[in-house]
Design a protein around this ligand. Structure first.
Ligand code: NAD
Ligand code: DAU
Length: 329
């Protein structure tokens, strides 16, 4: 296929591009704004076209969509803590950006896949969300992602645009920006820095290895029914504190680095996705959490050239704003 991959210079997008080139020989153009989370280095050595633009930039999108078979949209602001501190870009990218892409896909008459998240369903105490569970997002991140999902569905119902939505659970693996729990804890543990666990650390996430999500998205793009949403959940659930303790072990760090800090406001307690619908299409997760976490720690340990420039740049200011006073309390 010829694909326009928006947000393809980020964590999941670049892993998706790698999987599609390797396993399917697709022709790919990446369109990416290169925010703090997007890096050309994530696509190093890959044979792809590249357009440096935001998805909200209609002329750039119209140019990039020319001749493709489908659009896959990963472009987003993705960190919940940043959405609490500064929601502006979340609204622009998720609402306006998604609308611009949908209009372009409609004009070009091409299939459109929106990459979404389990967070649109909110928190669940027991059991798992299905695709027909109500959307009940809690943060500015998840609320704007839910808004984007609804806009996507409206283009199917109103304009008959062949749309698909993939809702993934918490991803981890190579190339994840170290603001997210796993890479942040791995790099801190390797450096002997403190490990800030929010609240009581008993929040549960449903961990999905990034390559499994990438394959799931490709699978839905090829075999999904237009107008439908598909949950793509990980095989294992785990409380945050157990994740952090396992990282301490894998990194050979000291458990004394663990620090319970002030909780995230509006923190969702548990996510859990039922993925029967995508399994019925023939997708399965291949990597369990134990194995995937060990590989991920190995990747960060072996690739300081990837994370050193991040840790020594603007990230330090972000880190200080996010954790400075929490760690002093
Ligand atoms: P990321 O933050 O690593 O990457 C986001 C990418 O989007 C970056 O390359 C960034 O430069 C680009 N981008 C941001 N705003 C843009 C804009 N206006 N125009 C064009 N490009 C823009 O994010 P990720 O973790 O790879 O997430 C990708 C997608 O998957 C997002 O839509 C996210 O909501 C969804 N998702 C993420 C997870 C997860 O655990 N990380 C789980 C489920 C779903
Ligand atoms: O569930 C899918 C979502 O997973 C994606 O849609 C988001 O883009 C992605 O960021 C992620 O959201 P979370 O908020 O679950 O991920 P994060 O890595 O920020 O946090 C995971 C858990 O760890 C959460 O309960 C908060 C906690 N946490 C996080 C950080 C960064 C800590 O305890 N300490 C931390 O320093």
């Amino acid at each position: 296929m010829r694909l326009l991959v928006c947000g393809g210079a980020g964590f999941i997008g670049s892993n998706f591009v790698r999987v599609r080139l390797r396993d399917h020989g697709d022709e790919i153009v990446v369109l990416d704004k290169l925010t703090y989370a997007g890096r050309r280095e994530n696509l190093a050595g890959l044979d792809v076209g590249f357009v440096h633009a935001g998805i909200e930039d209609a002329p750039a999108v119209a140019g990039a969509i020319d001749g493709v078979d489908a659009v896959v949209n990963f472009a987003a602001e993705t960190h919940v803590d940043r959405s609490i501190a500064e929601p502006d870009a979340f609204v622009t990218t998720h609402a306006v950006g998604t609308w611009v892409l949908l209009e372009a896909a409609r004009a070009a008459g091409v299939r459109y896949l929106q990459v979404s998240t389990d967070e649109v369903y909110g928190s669940i105490e027991d059991g798992s969300f299905t695709e027909s569970s109500p959307l009940a997002p809690s943060s500015p991140y998840s609320a704007t992602k839910a808004g984007a999902d609804l806009l996507v569905s409206s283009y199917f119902h109103t304009f008959n645009l062949p749309t698909l939505i993939c809702r993934g659970s918490n991803n981890y693996g190579p190339y994840q920006y170290p603001e997210k729990l796993i890479p942040l804890m791995v790099l801190n543990a390797l450096h002997g820095d403190r490990l800030p666990v929010y609240g009581d650390g008993m929040q549960v996430r449903n961990w999905l290895y990034v390559e499994d999500f990438a394959r799931g998205i490709g699978h839905v793009l090829e075999h999904g029914t237009p107008g439908e949403a598909y949950n793509v959940g990980g095989p294992d659930e785990c409380p945050n504190i157990a994740v952090v303790k396992r990282i301490i072990e894998l990194c050979g760090a000291d458990e004394g680095l663990l620090e319970y800090v002030t909780d995230r406001p509006g923190h969702d307690r548990r996510y859990s996705l039922g993925s029967e619908k995508v399994r019925a299409l023939g997708w399965e997760a291949r990597t369990n959490f134990d194995e995937g976490l060990e590989q991920t720690v190995g990747w960060y340990r072996d690739n300081p050239a990837w994370w050193e420039p991040i840790r020594s740049g603007d990230y330090r200011e972000y880190y200080e704003r996010q954790y400075g006073s929490r760690l002093e309390e």
